[in-house]
Design a binder for this molecule. Structure first.
Ligand code: PLP
Length: 514
């Protein structure tokens, strides 16, 4: 992996697309780094590395003061990250990691244009959205322009969870119905209202499914109920939703909303078959409900060709409500619900004011605008298509080589590698996937494994990821899979090997990987 040294920001960044452009990490980043140098003690001292505490002390303090249910990545051997730039993160020793998982740092970690926008607006004014201000309306105008015409009314929030909670309120107010249809393995946020509709959470905890929640099968054509050999998987999965609606009606219940990620991320990088959303929307509308598309993970051009993932399904599919977050502020907490005038007016007709202290504040809006500008000026959607296609091609070659790879699926810079113990039975290779991500970390590549069986390697890097990064990542994966497969072969021949895979001790507790 080409090093990005503090002395030469951006130098050595791979050829090609977005991140390698000279001067990209302009004067701001350099100033910050110069400041860092000035405050340095001896080389390798804590000051050099932006640390307050030694790693051991940080861990001890975290154990003491941070709630135990807040897990860290690589819990068995956590890494301490002290700074980041573009698609790279750096630990306290200055070691560089290739970031394949941070879809929040959408346009690249600490992008100077975003940092500058935040700084400038912070110096001028930050306040709540009850004062008239240009930033919020300009941002809402720009955001609406990326969406189909009917989606033109914005409500700003501070997190994806808040956005989804508000989306449920809008839907319930619109028609006066209560029930929600959600997909199996879905995650929509950490608020009580969202744990209720997130099987990813309530199926793993002690919570039971509430009577107003209906779980439809995930439209997963690799491991789901209807697979790629089915004549019409989209129709079959949509019929499951229709059946749920009928059953709900038969027991006197009414559907307020169907909610789904446009591509399911935590659920295992699942891309619904073409035509599924159209059919579901038809059934849900007929039942008097609305369609909520959760774009919190997958929005803002990640799929390349389209700005929103739901747009992959064709122009004849338009959700009634879209929620967004994570990439929106490139790390700054901002999120949004966009809906139609009709739904917004119904919400307002209740007479209850909606006020959110920080939502859409001038700083957040300035940051949001900078993110939109960078996506456009650096052609990050084009980059997602080019690099995503290249990476998928490389991974498909690996699939032909490695029996552990059952499926490669993805679009743009949203890709899943489904690891299996058995190609025919598609048995999830859970332990192997956990082993692989720890080994990748040793090779300074950050990946996560998720899905109901935690066997799907998730790739969703900052959008400035390059072809060289892709090649580097795949080369490391190739080496690791080769060793693991050799060891499995050796093990199946009853030979005990030093390289026996899955020796890494991984915690049994479930760690959600975002
Ligand atoms: C699809 C999806 N929706 C909503 C959320 C909640 O967003 P936040 O963590 O910003 O509250 C997440 C977070 O992981 C998510 O993945």
């Amino acid at each position: 992996m080409p090093p990005v040294t503090p002395d030469a920001p951006g130098e050595g960044t791979p050829r090609g697309t977005a991140a390698g452009k000279a001067g990209r990490w302009g004067s701001l980043a350099r100033q910050a780094l110069a400041g860092e140098r000035e405050s340095r003690g001896a080389p390798g001292s804590r000051a050099t590395m932006c640390e307050l505490y030694s790693k051991q002390d940080t861990l001890a303090l975290r154990r003491k003061h941070i709630g135990p249910s807040c897990k860290v990545f690589f819990a068995a051997d956590p890494i301490k990250i002290v700074r980041a730039q573009g698609q790279y993160m750096f630990d306290e020793r200055g070691e560089q990691y290739l970031d394949c998982i941070n879809n929040v740092a959408h346009v690249g970690h600490c992008h100077p244009e975003v940092v500058t926008a935040a700084l400038k607006q912070m110096e001028l004014l930050n306040t709540n959205s009850r004062f008239l201000h240009d930033n919020i309306v300009e941002y809402a105008r720009r955001l609406s322009a990326t969406l189909p015409e009917t989606l033109s009314v914005c409500y700003f929030t501070n997190s994806g969870s808040e956005a989804n909670d508000l989306a449920l309120r809008l839907a319930r107010q619109f028609r006066g119905h209560q029930d929600v249809i959600t997909l199996d393995h879905a995650y929509h946020g950490h608020l009580s209202s969202l744990i209720e509709i997130s099987p990813y959470k309530f199926r793993k905890g002690k919570d039971v499914k509430k009577e107003f929640v209906h779980v439809a099968p995930t439209p997963d054509t690799y491991r789901g109920k209807y697979r790629e050999d089915h004549a019409d998987p989209a129709g079959a999965y949509a019929d499951e939703v229709k059946k749920i609606i009928e059953e709900a009606h038969n027991s006197g219940r009414k559907i307020a909303a169907f909610i789904a990620e446009s591509m399911q991320s935590c659920g295992g990088q699942i891309i619904p078959p073409a035509g599924y959303f159209q059919k579901v929307a038809e059934y849900v509308h007929r039942a008097g409900g609305v369609f909520i598309a959760d774009e919190v993970q997958v929005g803002f051009g990640r799929v390349g060709k389209h700005f929103w993932s739901f747009q992959m399904h064709g122009e004849d599919f338009v959700p009634d409500i879209v929620t967004m977050g994570k990439p929106m502020g490139n790390g700054h907490p901002m999120a949004c619900v966009v809906t139609t005038k009709e739904i917004a007016e119904a919400f307002s007709s209740s007479g209850m004011e909606y006020f959110n202290t920080y939502g859409g504040n001038p700083v957040s809006s300035a940051i949001g605008l900078a993110v939109l500008n960078v996506i456009e000026s650096e052609d990050l959607q084009g980059n997602a298509t080019r690099v995503g296609d290249y990476l998928t091609e490389l991974l498909n070659k690996q699939k032909a080589k490695h029996t552990l790879i059952g499926d490669i699926r993805g679009i743009g810079l949203f890709i899943g590698i489904d690891l299996v113990k058995d190609q025919q039975k598609r048995t999830p290779a859970t332990d192997e996937a956990q082993h692989v991500i720890y080994k990748m970390k040793e090779k300074q590549v950050l990946l996560s494994a998720d899905g109901p069986h935690r066997n799907v390697l998730k790739i969703k890097p900052p959008m400035c990821f390059t072809e060289e990064d892709a090649k580097f990542m795949v080369d490391q994966l190739d080496e690791i899979l080769t060793v693991v497969e050799e060891a499995i072969g050796a093990r199946s021949e009853s030979v005990t090997s030093e390289n026996t895979p899955c020796r890494t001790k991984v915690p049994h507790g479930h760690l959600k990987v975002y």
